[in-house]
Design a binder for this molecule. Sequence first.
Ligand SMILES: NC(=O)c1ccc[n+]([C@@H]2O[C@H](COP(=O)([O-])OP(=O)(O)OC[C@H]3O[C@@H](n4cnc5c(N)ncnc54)[C@H](OP(=O)(O)O)[C@@H]3O)[C@@H](O)[C@H]2O)c1
Length: 206
Amino acid sequence: MKIAILGAGMVGATLGRRFAGAGHEVFFGVPEPAEHEDKKAFAAVGTVGEAARAAEIILLAVPFGSIGDAIERCGDLAGKILVDCTNPLRMADGKLGLTLGFDDSAAEKVAALAPGARVVKCFNQTGFDNMANPAFAGGRAVQFVCGDDSEARETVANLAGEIGFDAVDAGELKTARLLEPFAMLWIHLAMTTGLGRDFAFAILRR
Ligand SMILES: NC(=O)c1ccc[n+]([C@@H]2O[C@H](COP(=O)([O-])OP(=O)(O)OC[C@H]3O[C@@H](n4cnc5c(N)ncnc54)[C@H](OP(=O)(O)O)[C@@H]3O)[C@@H](O)[C@H]2O)c1
């Protein structure tokens, strides 16, 4: 598939490398394409608009505060799958927390900014290092996928599965209200306990 990744930081670069390794055509859309010459070994690099126009699936791997700018630069997103990987983080009283929750989510903000796009939430729930390798001795890291378009959800779940996640369909886009705090739990544990970043959540099944 042709996949645009907006943002080539920790999440964007890691997922881009993994998708390219799985045989997909990756196109990074970044503010300064000249700063990402190293990515040309496995992907195309251009502006946000160029990447978005070239792709069937577009991943938002930018800071939450940049979603409006990135989406605006995409142009018409009607019919395209737009995957929201962001978490609406902020520092308050020296601690990292969420700016949204309970009755709204970053994913729903993204959907409001991109009318007609098939918005899916995924790849926000664990650290980028686990995106590089979701395989653990005890099984595969889980990655929930939610969105209002079932075909788009399935496409994104398949992508997550291809790079090694246990992808689980979590239903409608509003489930992002749960998946963003779930990501915050991972961040909290990584930052404040001895677990560090080298752990992931998994599903046990009977
Ligand atoms: N880090 C993690 O482990 C992790 C895990 C799950 C989810 N997330 C979420 O994923 C998102 C990205 O996190 P990250 O850690 O990869 O951040 P990061 O390393 O800071 O990378 C952010 C990237 O977004 C680019 N960017 C900023 N504004 C942009 C815009 N308007 N248009 C296009 N690109 C833009 C930046 O480009 P410049 O450098 O040129 O400004 C940079 O390449 C965040 O929302 C974060 O909450 C992070």
